[in-house]
Design a protein around this ligand. Sequence first.
Ligand code: ADP
Ligand code: MG
Length: 402
Amino acid sequence: MAAISLRNIVKKYGDGFPAVNDVSIEIADGEFVILVGPSGCGKSTLLRMIVGLEDITSGDMVIGDRKVNDLAPRERNLAMVFQNYALYPHLSVYENIAFPLRLAGASDEEVDEKVRNASRTLELDEHLERKPGNLSGGQRQRVAMGRAIVRDADAFLFDEPLSNLDAKLRGQMRTEISRLQKRLGITTVYVTHDQTEAMTLGDRVAVLKRGLLQQLATPRELYENPGNLFVAGFIGSPPMNFLPAEVEGTRLTLPFGSVEIGEEKASRARDRGLLIAGIRPEHFEDAAIADKQGSESSFTATVEVVEWLGNETYAYIPFEAPEEVQQQLKQLEQDLDGESLRTQLVVTLDGASRISEGDEAEIWMDASRIHLFDPATGENLTVDREHAGEIPAEAVEVGAGA
Ligand SMILES: Nc1ncnc2c1ncn2[C@@H]1O[C@H](COP(=O)(O)OP(=O)(O)O)[C@@H](O)[C@H]1O
Ligand SMILES: [Mg+2]
């Protein structure tokens, strides 16, 4: 096992386009790190540079204590676990796992010991004589991991291993990979465009946008303290709401009225004119349910659509946004690759709420959870930097895409 250190990594393809632009990430020995971002942000390129399948334009790639920039993939001792499992259909599970050892000319004795060790860890003992075609998707994935384990690789690398599976199997496999990674304690880098996978699997998550690292932090830090609009909009489902806002004194004016945000937060965003406020759907509640009727953080608005799910209720409340904010949200929508950010508020209410479509409803919001973003740069002005992991300086200068 080994730590992996990416230092100012740049990748320019033939046309000079920086697919990866000065990315630095320190991955600790045994850590599970996710590279996440929309399609085309450079995740696969970064992973392929770690494995050695792609040349590094500039920067240093260090694995353990070796600089590996110029080493061939097989000299790096890493195991890439491929999406399609790449198993040999005519070989038994045993021989599939044994394959890299046979290639390396290992003795039968060594092969047997390592295969049986791996199979025990992966709970494949009963399946060793079967052919891959007769296994479930989850079992096949384990066989592919077994092949990586017998090589005693320093790290596992995954590139969107679950993207071809249906939602249910994806959920099961996610749990499986997480469990195995913890049991093996092997350094793992995992690429996905799916924020749910990123949040549930990673010790830490690196969010990328157009080749630039936006933030490197634990899932909780990303969720509670996104460094910029992009990360805020990317992490979380349903996504964070973005509303035009202005600070006056210690109050924040929103399309539905104004709320008290306190001096500490207000002072960071005062005298900046129009801002974008970000509030997650679950930080709203039916004022009647929360016992907050008439509170200084409650407002009334017309609810257009209600979706009752039993345990919770989604309510949709349209609002008007000035041109400047609409432009920024449109840009953000493009950056996020599709997730539609209409100028409507989505709020998650308790399933017991009696609010229904067309109602003038009183809604309470947890004002302490509001983030305020600079509409020009996308920077989160109210971020708690002590609990936000790493936010590279470039992420807030170019991060907005304004
Ligand atoms: N072989 C290549 N030649 C030229 N450009 C490439 C090549 N591979 C990837 N790119 C470009 O680099 C960027 C990042 O690609 P990639 O790493 O595959 O993104 P992701 O895995 O995040 O979807 C994209 O703009 C893509 O078009
Ligand atoms: Mg990719």
